[in-house]
Design a protein around this ligand. Sequence first.
Ligand SMILES: Nc1ncnc2c1ncn2[C@@H]1O[C@H](COP(=O)(O)OP(=O)(O)OP(=O)(O)O)[C@@H](O)[C@H]1O
Length: 680
Amino acid sequence: MAPATPKPPAGASRAWDAVSPPLSPWILQAVSAMGFLRMTPVQATTIPLFTGNKDVVVEAVTGSGKTLAFLIPLVERLLRLEEPLKRHHVGAVVVSPTRELATQIYNVLCSLLEFHAPSAAHLSSPSSDDEDENDVSSHDQPSRSQKTLAIIPQLLVGGTSTPSADLSHFLSRRPSSPNLLIGTPGRLLALLSSPHVHAPQTSFEALVLDEADRLLDMGFKDDVQGILRRVPKQRRTGLFSASVGEAVDQLVRVGLRNPVRVCVRVKGEGGSGIAPNGLRVAGGIDGEELRTPASLTLAYAVLPPAHKFPFLVSLLDALDPRPQKTIVYVSTCAAVDYFARVLPAILRPDTNGSFALPSDRTISIIPLHGHLPPQARKTNLTRFTSSAIPAVLLTTDLAARGLDIPRVDLVLQLDPPSDPKSWLHRCGRAGRAGRKGLAVTTLLQGTGEPDYVEFLRVRGTPDISLAAGAAPLVPDTVAAAAAEALQKEVLADRALHDRGQRAFVSWVQAYRKHAARSIFRVEGLPWGALALSWGLLRVPRMPESRGWVEGPGEGKREVGLGRELEWERYGYRDENRERKRVEGNVTAAAAAAESGGVEQVKGKRKEAWSEKKEKKAEREARREKKRRKRAKEKEQGMAPEEKARRAELQGMIEKVRAGLVAGGTKGRADEDEEWDGFGD
Ligand SMILES: Nc1ncnc2c1ncn2[C@@H]1O[C@H](COP(=O)(O)OP(=O)(O)OP(=O)(O)O)[C@@H](O)[C@H]1O
């Protein structure tokens, strides 16, 4: 692998028609119709390399146009095949970590293919799923329409279809079957595992891992390895991400051959300090490299717990220009669910399920997380992207990467993510394609959290200059009133209390597992203030909060967070649920009287949620250990050639790593392309 990007000649053209080998005329037409006057730097560097015969490792800032940087080469390569692709043969695969991102890539590809008449005909033609789905006899015959090859994409994501429906769609399309697959790892693997789906050496062109560093993480590892086993070793491979660097260790598993590294950063313009609205701005030091777009302003605010939600409201209300779309990140699915229900308590209801901010501006709040039913996940994302009024997407890391949602002006990270790479990707949902954006991170006052800024700087994600001092951005009275309003909302329905307790426990679990443990210390959490700021009526009983809950004196008195409550009479709004609760109370009281007051469930001690979670984690760790042992045993049984190949790849990795390490210093700025944004 080359140590770094081959530097394009000074003043190299970013004109679409200057690409060598030249792009097809219909692609020139497509990009012009999309309004893309020039290539972005990552496109200018990557398209010729990946269309040619190079494997690429591409790291470029969020929103810099990486999607077309791999889609155009894939399409060009497939259309240039000497032999047309046979039916049921796959020519290229794009792997993406989430359904939402895979769907977005698929949609970009479809809008590109609208300009290629043979492919467009397939996009608009109805599926021939009604034809004999089991007829796979013709898979090795060139399809009838292949005088001119058409690109036929298929989207493979979980949720709305089943693996067998995917396969049935793939097999039944006539006269040609899908030849470019885009999907999430599991579904792609399921399809590629079918004996009727072929990806032979002769016609398989390229594999792309988008958000490659995420795909090479543990969670996806087995599926990605499965996909790699099912596509030919002789192929082009592209790894793309805004934070690909650390994924280099994993190259051995991906099997890149002499890859070229493309790295596009931007030059900082300085400007760190305190902005007029009191936010501390984390700008780049003059001339230094940034890993976030120049159009994106980074800021953070150090706040007491009760100030977080009112701060969000004040940002939505006071920012000028007014944020059209805002993404708010919290750490867990349960927290998204709970906040989406209680946050309206600090706003006023408006028409059609939307809410009014103090200044009467209308907003809608839309939850999105991985535990929502698939259809709700899809609907909510569409509601957000197509919302005509300013909207807030309340979400988790599910929406951290890749999503290209127009007009996202503000990103607020209420909980800093445990993976610092996620922080970068979350910020990058705003400030895309040259549009101005603001990304704010809130950090808890009185804890170790403010050190997170320095932690990010040390990790090089990105260069942050600190401004000293913290000024509360919302008056204490407003914050106290907000917490009071949340509690009132919770008091109105016991279901909210249950959700809040569960969400708080899951939040604490996530906090405990933060990568930067010395900064995010559970022991240092201000339990009472935190629980109050969520509108909770008590701090959930869990091992982490034991010291506080069971402690003597003041702590003990605050178990109920200062609010007198007759728990037996605290009911559910839902009548059925309330009836069951009352009946359950009566039965439980009778059982307790019989067993002398000891609470038992079928002879077992009741386990706290957190204990259950811990046990699950232990089981997973044991499984992982076994898996590693098996892999080691397998390696010991490898044939000498296989071992030699592995050693060769290992050598390549070392070279890559040496290149990256050398490139990781400031000196790399000379070799990597810099980008001032879309505006120039
Ligand atoms: N040449 C171009 N000129 C102007 N805009 C472009 C160009 N190419 C792509 N875009 C637009 O830039 C935006 C960001 O592109 P894209 O989603 O591919 O970014 P990305 O680099 O993949 O970001 P991320 O790292 O967040 O996934 C999109 O809205 C896209 O339409």
